[in-house]
Design a protein around this ligand. Structure first.
Ligand code: SF4
Ligand code: SF4
Length: 86
């Protein structure tokens, strides 16, 4: 399941560098967003979601609109890796 960043976010920036898929962006208003097409829940990189681990205010949570199984997340990771290599 991809994650989302909720209103608890204090725009501390820490998650930006922590995401191995560069799935997190911030806009000019300091609103942080996770691209569901890039978020693998860190599958393929880490045992736990890095944004969840580093966020000081628990703003990174599961996005019910993007429910995915571990197998689907693994496939997403493989696809992203192949796309990067191409
Ligand atoms: S769960 Fe992992 S891949 Fe998804 S946004 Fe957080 S750090 Fe990035
Ligand atoms: S680590 Fe948490 S509080 Fe900091 S920018 Fe990311 S979501 Fe927001």
């Amino acid at each position: 399941m991809a994650l989302l960043i909720n209103d608890l976010c204090i725009a501390c920036d820490v998650c930006l560098a922590a995401c191995p898929n560069k799935a997190i962006t911030k806009d000019d208003d300091d609103v942080f967003t996770i691209d569901a097409d890039l978020c693998t829940e860190c599958v393929g990189h880490h045992a736990v979601s890095q944004c969840v681990k580093v966020c000081p205010v628990r703003a990174c949570v599961a996005d019910p609109a993007h429910a995915e199984s571990k197998d689907e997340l693994q496939k997403k990771y493989e696809d992203l890796k192949a796309r990067k290599a191409a």
